[in-house]
Design a protein around this ligand. Structure first.
Ligand SMILES: CC(C)(COP(=O)(O)OP(=O)(O)OC[C@H]1O[C@@H](n2cnc3c(N)ncnc32)[C@H](O)[C@@H]1OP(=O)(O)O)[C@@H](O)C(=O)NCCC(=O)NCCS
Length: 234
């Protein structure tokens, strides 16, 4: 498995944005163009360019040879490569992507001050109990640990929110992360990309890497263009 992260902390100028957009399929371009906020459009675009760059590098494919489809819950996969799995997540300034030979889920969340009642509504009883038993000053941090871990699990399964968030329980004690209920055959790991973010990965294999390959936008975008080398269709 490999995990990649790109910091998207400034606005790409519109010329460069359109150059990058042109590498995507019509359907992908339409999705990016439908975002109302430029931050969402840029994060979505970077995620798709990053994935194409990784695939192109790994398999020596030209950009126009890369086709994606999605399962009925919207999880994208690369057509024609059944042993290649990937997942993307974006939040705040970060876009991340995990690749593996088995289904994988990744989730990045920016920590912000939210009403913890949301945990009572969405987390399992056990998770909520673990949360409120913590000293108040640790609760927000643990809430986002659980949120990103739960999302990574749901995204690895690829069934979206058809999996009830309270149908499984995650517990984190130190670096040890365990899951109860539902499908337990998975491994979790968290990465510290920035102090105000939580990044969690859920995989079928216990071959989770030690760290994230961090790529700055200014090194990553030319790299993408070089490695992609052509426009895309389909
Ligand atoms: C769509 C969902 C899979 C993730 O949504 P999200 O957390 O808002 O978004 P992320 O940035 O982490 O992930 C988005 C990416 O996941 C991928 N994705 C889409 N559907 C997916 C699915 N069913 N399974 C896995 N990955 C999926 C796509 O690549 C998407 O990127 P794109 O929109 O640029 O193509 C889904 O889990 C969801 O809607 N979650 C709602 C969040 C929530 O209520 N969480 C509560 C946790 S306690």
């Amino acid at each position: 498995m490999e995990v990649y992260g790109v910091k998207s902390n400034y606005k790409i100028d519109s010329f460069y944005f359109n150059v990058l957009l042109n590498f995507l399929s019509d359907e992908e371009q339409n999705k990016i163009n439908r975002y109302l906020k430029w931050e969402d459009a840029q994060r979505g675009l970077i995620g798709k360019i990053l994935t194409r760059a990784i695939i192109s590098n790994r398999y020596g494919l030209k950009n126009e040879e890369i086709y994606f489809s999605a399962n009925r819950f919207g999880k994208p996969h690369l057509e024609g490569f059944k042993d290649f799995h990937f997942n993307i997540s974006h939040s705040g300034e970060w876009v991340v992507c995990a690749i593996d030979s088995s289904p994988v889920g990744i989730d990045v969340e920016k920590i912000n001050h939210i009403d913890l009642d949301i945990a009572n509504r969405f987390f399992s009883e056990e998770e909520y109990r673990d949360l409120i038993e913590l000293d108040e000053k640790y609760r927000i941090d643990y809430f986002f640990d659980l949120w990103s871990l739960k999302e990574s699990y749901i995204k690895a399964q690829g069934k979206g929110l058809s999996i009830a968030l309270d149908s499984f329980s995650i517990k984190k004690r130190g670096d040890v992360i365990s899951i109860k209920g539902n499908d337990k055959n998975c491994y979790f790991k968290q990465y510290n990309v920035a102090p105000d973010y939580k990044l969690s990965v859920c995989a079928r294999n216990n071959n989770l890497p030690i760290g994230v390959n961090i790529m700055e936008l200014n090194e990553f975008t030319p790299y993408s263009i070089d490695s992609l080398g052509g426009n895309c269709r389909g």
